[in-house]
Design a protein around this ligand. Structure first.
Ligand SMILES: Nc1ncnc2c1ncn2[C@@H]1O[C@H](COP(=O)(O)OP(=O)(O)OP(=O)(O)O)[C@@H](O)[C@H]1O
Ligand SMILES: [Mg+2]
Length: 456
């Protein structure tokens, strides 16, 4: 379906190094369990994140912001993704990196706005008048082309729908025939047709056909109960961005279209401010009427110091609007100059007035023991064998450098141990790999020592 296509691909890859994180790992009272759900230590930050999740779930957080601040490799990104896991699939979570806004094709604020709207969900409950059933016949009726010529056109479609209660034969408009073709409806499928809009939705194959040989994975659904013609409650979870896309390019996303289409005539356009305003208007109306419910999700802006003053100003204003998500920022910067300004130095590279309205969660450096535990979990998820001694050695390297550096040593060490004909990493490999690669700190030290040898 359309909604899936919209998702950008860069976002899944970033999560790969956090694939072991399954949640915040809190007990029922909200206290952090030392090692749970893939997370180790960092208890206070996890508990604070747990409070944020509760606030989001009870919808008391919209338009507010949280900042995860701490040195590199202390789990800020990991905790933000754990928040996403805790929120579940019903609450939208849109991750982005500050530097994503810089593109020569799209305006910075446009990127921000798009992500903003990806983070705001709408749960639409509609009672629709539908015709539902298993397709028993599907016959397009052709006539001579009224304009003359040799071609034939479809004048109408005859479709038979069967439910547990009875069968009905419908004569449908040719435009619905196109929708039927688009959804690839065949005899034996269970579908519903919306009476108002004529939108067709294929729910799956009727389970009386379940014995058929079928190469494609099919979803089998039972024969619908009740009458063919009935009222049906349909729940849809969409984001505002989905609505923008569906209305800018009305060929797809038929379901969303059908609800929006009743109020405005969609034209094939780009997503413009005007379109968004119009959609907001419709959305607000639906909320007032109780048809739709706003689900403020999370916009996660990692490396927030990469944003410039223009973006910050924009974000600040956007947070004030009535339809706003929760924004979670993360940064590893201390005091630094705000991008786009000459000399405004601010904590975390964020303007003070914005910083003033965020709640800050600090992450602290890990102890050697915690690093060893995290390394162990990482080795397990990557399917790498390491003995205890080597883990402790890696932990030591981690304390001297960063957690990320020592985690990154795992894969090349594993490769080397294979070459050496072992099936587990031992101290030798770690030592050798650690000699081959430099971490940021030692590289910077070498640079400082040999400054005159490098080009300026
Ligand atoms: N408490 C933790 N438990 C388990 N894994 C962790 C924990 N903290 C960090 N990690 C893992 O360590 C690696 C580095 O952490 P992460 O990327 O979250 O750091 P960060 O604070 O976002 O760093 P940076 O400031 O450089 O972006 C990741 O693979 C992450 O999943
Ligand atoms: Mg990070």
């Amino acid at each position: 379906m359309k909604i899936e296509e919209v998702k950008s691909t860069t976002k899944t890859q970033r999560i790969a190094s956090h694939s072991h994180v399954k949640g915040l790992g809190l007990d029922e009272n909200g206290y952090a369990i030392q090692t749970s759900a893939g997370l180790v230590g960092q208890e206070l930050a996890r508990e604070a994140a747990g409070v944020v999740v509760e606030l989001i779930k009870s919808k008391k957080m919209a338009g507010r912001a949280v900042l995860l601040a701490g040195p590199p490799g202390t789990g800020k990104t990991a905790i933000a993704l754990a928040i996403a896991q805790e929120l579940g699939s019903k609450v939208p979570f849109c991750p982005m990196v500050g530097s994503e806004v810089y593109s020569s094709e799209i305006k910075k604020t446009e990127v921000l706005m798009e992500n903003f709207r990806r983070a705001i969900g709408l749960r639409i409950k509609e009672t629709k008048e539908v015709y539902e059933g298993e397709v028993t016949e599907l016959t397009p009726v052709e006539t001579e082309n009224p304009m003359g010529g040799y071609g034939k056109t479809v004048s109408h479609v005859v479709i038979g729908l069967k439910t547990a209660k009875g069968t009905k034969q419908l004569k449908l408009d040719p435009s619905i025939y196109e929708s039927l073709q688009k959804e690839k409806v065949e005899v034996g499928d269970v579908i519903y047709i919306e009476a108002n809009s004529g939108a067709v939705k294929r729910q799956g194959r009727s389970d009386s056909y379940a014995t058929e040989f079928d190469l494609e994975a099919e979803e089998y659904v039972p024969l619908p109960k009740g009458d063919v013609h009935k009222k049906k409650e349909v729940i849809q979870d969409v984001t505002l961005h989905d609505l923008d896309v569906a209305n800018a390019r009305p060929q797809g996303g038929q379901d969303i279209m059908s609800m929006m289409g009743q109020l405005m005539k969609p034209k094939k356009t780009e997503i413009t401010d005007k379109l968004r305003k119009e959609i907001n208007k419709v959305v607000n109306k639906y909320i007032d009427q109780g048809i739709a419910e706003l689900v403020p999700g999370v916009l996660f802006v990692d490396e927030v110091h990469m944003l410039d003053i223009e973006c910050f100003t924009y974000l600040h204003r956007a947070l004030e609007s009535t339809i706003a998500p929760i924004v979670i920022f993360a940064t590893n910067r201390g005091k630094c100059t705000i991008r786009g300004t000459e000399d405004i130095v601010a904590p975390h590279g964020m303007p003070l007035d914005l910083l003033d309205r965020v709640m800050i969660i600090r992450t602290l450096p890990y102890s050697k023991e915690e690093m060893i535990q995290i390394l162990k979990i990482r080795a397990q998820t990557e399917g790498i064998q390491v003995d205890e001694d080597s883990l402790s050695q890696l932990g030591e390297i981690g304390v001297k450098t960063t957690l990320r550096y020592s985690v990154q040593l795992l894969t090349p060490s594993n490769l080397l141990s294979r070459i050496n004909g072992k099936d587990a990493i031992s101290a030798d490999e770690i030592e050798e790999i650690n000699k081959l690669f430099y971490d940021a700190k030692s590289s910077a030290k070498i640079l400082a020592e040999q400054e005159d040898k490098y080009m300026k």
